[in-house]
Design a protein around this ligand. Structure first.
Ligand SMILES: C[S@@+](CC[C@H](N)C(=O)[O-])C[C@H]1O[C@@H](n2cnc3c(N)ncnc32)[C@H](O)[C@@H]1O
Length: 393
C-alpha cells in the first residue's frame, strides 16, 4: 500500500534542495566532466543514508556519470552500475577509480607542459613553416565535426594532446581532461554549451555576459585550467572515499548478465537507486559527440532507451515502457527478496506504476520534488518523482 502520496521531505530535509549552492551540487569528483541529466548528489546521499546501510550492495542500471556509485562509496556501500555508452562509462570509471596520486599529478603536468611548448611553436608562424627541431608539425583529423566547430589553433592543441596520451600510464584521466577542454573550446556561444546549433565564427552579442564576445580561438587555456582542477578534485575525493567496492559495467541493461561481476556473489544487491532516461529528452551519445570523434569510441546510440531522436510519439512511449520494463525484469534476478528500488523520474506520461506492477514491485512510497534546471541559463522548472518500490519476492 502506498503510505503517502505527496512526500516532499525525507528526514526533515526539503527534497527540492533549493538552498544547495552550485559548488555543493558539483562538489569534488562530481564535476570532473560535464554531463547533462545528472543527479544532484545530495538527493542520492539522503536516500542511501536513510534506506541502506554500510556494506550493502546498491545497483544503478542507468549509471550515466556515476553519481550513485560515488555517493554509495563515500557512505561505505558497495555498488555497481550498468551503462550503454562507452564514453559515459569512461566518465564513471575515471571518477571512481583509486589513483596513485603523485603519479597522476606528474603525468597531468608533464603533458600540459608539452602542450604549452607545442602551442608556443604553433603560434609563431616563422617557426611553423620551417622544419621543427622538436619534430612538431601541423596535425590533421579526418572529421567534418572538428573542421566545423573549432578554430585552427584549438584543433592543433587538442590533436597534439590527444597524440601524446599514449605515452602515459593514466590515459583515461588525460582523455577526460582533453574531452572537457574540447567541449569548452568549441566555437559556440557562451550561453549554449549544452545544445549548440551552429558554430560561431564572428563576434556576437552574448546574453550571458551582456556584451559582445569573441568566438573561442584556443584550447590551451581550458586544458590548463582543467588540468589543475582535475588534480584538486581527485585529491579531494581521495580523502573522502572508502574501501567499498565499485563496479562499472558497460552493457545494455535490458540484457546484461551480472553473474560474472567480480566480488559479487549471487543475489547480493540490497537495492537500486537510479534515474532512467526520459522519453525523447536527451541524446546521451550526441551530447558528447566531440569525445566520440576524438577517441573513436564505439557508438551505441541505437541501443539507448527513449532517445530524443525518437521523439515522444505514442509508439515511442510504448517502446519506452516496454524497454524500461525489460531492464527491471532483467535486473530482478540479481536483487535480494524485498530489495528496495528507487526510481527518480519525471513521469509525466504516468507509466511507472504500471511498470512496477509488471516487474513484481509493490509501491512503498512516492516522493516529489520541484526541480530548477540551473545549468547554462536553463531556468525551466519541472518536477520529479522518486518512486520507492519493494520487490515482492
Ligand atoms: C538519466 S541518465 C542517468 C544519469 C545518472 N543518474 C547520473 O547522475 O549521471 C540515463 C542514462 O541511461 C543510459 N542508458 C540509456 N539506454 C540504456 C541501456 N539500454 N542500457 C544501459 N544504459 C542506458 C544513458 O546513456 C544515460 O547515461
Amino acid at each position: 500500500m502506498m503510505k503517502n502520496k505527496f512526500l516532499t521531505f525525507l528526514n526533515g530535509v526539503d527534497l527540492s534542495f533549493d538552498r544547495v549552492r552550485e559548488y555543493e551540487r558539483t562538489k569534488h569528483i562530481h564535476r570532473l566532466h560535464p554531463y547533462l541529466g545528472k543527479f544532484i548528489p545530495q538527493l542520492v546521499e539522503i536516500f542511501l543514508k536513510h534506506y541502506f546501510k554500510k556494506g550493502d550492495w546498491v545497483l544503478d542500471p542507468f549509471l550515466g556519470s556515476g553519481t550513485t556509485l560515488i555517493e554509495a562509496n563515500t557512505l561505505g556501500m558497495n555498488s555497481a552500475g550498468i551503462e550503454i555508452s562507452f564514453f559515459n562509462c569512461l566518465i564513471s570509471e575515471t571518477k571512481t577509480k583509486k589513483y596513485n596520486l603523485p603519479e597522476v599529478e606528474n603525468e597531468i603536468k608533464d603533458i600540459l607542459f608539452k602542450t604549452k611548448n607545442f602551442s608556443r611553436w604553433y603560434q609563431n608562424p616563422k617557426q611553423r613553416f620551417t622544419l621543427s627541431k622538436n619534430g612538431y608539425k601541423e596535425l590533421t583529423i579526418n572529421s567534418d565535426y572538428f573542421n566545423t566547430w573549432f578554430s585552427k589553433r584549438a584543433m592543433q592543441e587538442i590533436l597534439f594532446y590527444r597524440n601524446q596520451i599514449k605515452n602515459y600510464k593514466n590515459q583515461d584521466i588525460l582523455k577526460i581532461i582533453l574531452s572537457r577542454s574540447t567541449r569548452s573550446a568549441r566555437q559556440i556561444t557562451h550561453y549554449d554549451l549544452a545544445r549548440p546549433k551552429k558554430p560561431i565564427k564572428n563576434s556576437y552579442w552574448c546574453i550571458k555576459h551582456r556584451r559582445m564576445c569573441q568566438p573561442i580561438d584556443e584550447a590551451l587555456k581550458f586544458i590548463n585550467h582543467y588540468s589543475w582542477d582535475t588534480i584538486s578534485r581527485l585529491k579531494e575525493f581521495d580523502k573522502l572515499r572508502t574501501n567499498a567496492k565499485i563496479r562499472v559495467i558497460q552493457g545494455d541493461a535490458r540484457e546484461v548478465n551480472l553473474n560474472n561481476l567480480p566480488d559479487y556473489k549471487g543475489g547480493k544487491f540490497n537495492g537500486v537507486f537510479t534515474s532512467p532516461p526520459y522519453i525523447g529528452l536527451i541524446d546521451y551519445h550526441d551530447q558528447h559527440r566531440y569525445a566520440y570523434e576524438l577517441f573513436g569510441f564505439q557508438n551505441n546510440d541505437k541501443k539507448e532507451i527513449g532517445p530524443a531522436f525518437n521523439g515522444r510519439s505514442r509508439e515511442a512511449k510504448e517502446k519506452y515502457k516496454e524497454d524500461i520494463t525489460k531492464v527491471f525484469q532483467n535486473i530482478n534476478q540479481w536483487l535480494k527478496p524485498k530489495a528496495k528500488i528507487f526510481v527518480v523520474v519525471n513521469d509525466r506520461d504516468g507509466l511507472y506504476l504500471n511498470i512496477a506492477q509488471d516487474c513484481g514491485y509493490k509501491v512503498e512510497a512516492v516522493y516529489h520534488r520541484p526541480v530548477l534546471m540551473r545549468t547554462e541559463r536553463d531556468n525551466t522548472k519541472f518536477s520529479e518523482s522518486i518512486y520507492c518500490f519493494i520487490k515482492n519476492k
